[in-house]
Design a protein around this ligand. Sequence first.
Ligand code: ADP
Length: 278
Amino acid sequence: MKKLGSQRFHIAPGERYHLKHIDPHDDAGIDEKGEAKDLVEELQAKLQSFQQCLYAQGRHALLIVLQGMDTGGKDGTIRHVMGAFDPQGVIVTPFKVPTEEELAHDFLWRIHKAVPRRGMIGIFNRSHYEDVLVVRVRKLAPEEVWRARYEQINQFEKLLSDNGVAVVKLFLHISPEEQAERLRERQTRPDKQWKFNPGDLEDRALWHDFQTAYEDALTLCNTAWAPWYVVPADRKWFRNLAVSRILLDVFEGLELAFPKPVPDIDSYVIPDVPERQG
Ligand code: ADP
């Protein structure tokens, strides 16, 4: 269990993330068929009780930002890991190509509106990071515009953190070989074909540009108040385990506690329901 501390996936702010040095196939030496299953169950049970506490206490919100290349496993992560949570306490927001109205505002406008209220967990399936990723790689805005955004993002996330929102950012790191495999699966499996998007092939051709843009975002926006974690994501079971572990560490840092019960709670007697009249 020790070998799977969340620090395995994180580096100190100020250091540079080099993705080529991080193995997307990493499994931390954990045996999928052995300890992994028990570990996931144990972690999920703990996550569940932390969430209850977060909800009951209503002092903090948790914002989970999910980023990754196409087929990186954002949807799967949401299904498997977040499935541990009570749906009443979670809101998932996907960020697609901005609408005309969204484009008429600053890039954080649509993001800020989706930040979870205290007590809640918010999951961003893509996020404001698209504005320094796809926007940069596909040259949708001039360099001076996207370059200024790293600092704007840091300040925005500081505002959130200072106001009770714990921000945790997860980059699901897959290899180009694994992506090819998953794209082929989408192409050929009838239950997955609906996900096949020829546009994803264009982004694949820009793989290295995206990796560079990711490295910059991971490095320039890796702050003490909103850290980035790089999750090896070629093996889905390990990705799920790693994400659970990271979230658990974040929860532990929040010092959550159930609110105090009403005074003299023991003195209350639960009355019988009166007889029905007539
Ligand atoms: P997903 O791939 O997340 O399952 P889609 O296939 O609808 O869902 O893809 C969403 C698309 O929206 C992605 O190609 C992504 O790059 C794009 N997108 C998200 N945010 C922005 C943005 N701010 N500017 C331009 N494109 C964006």
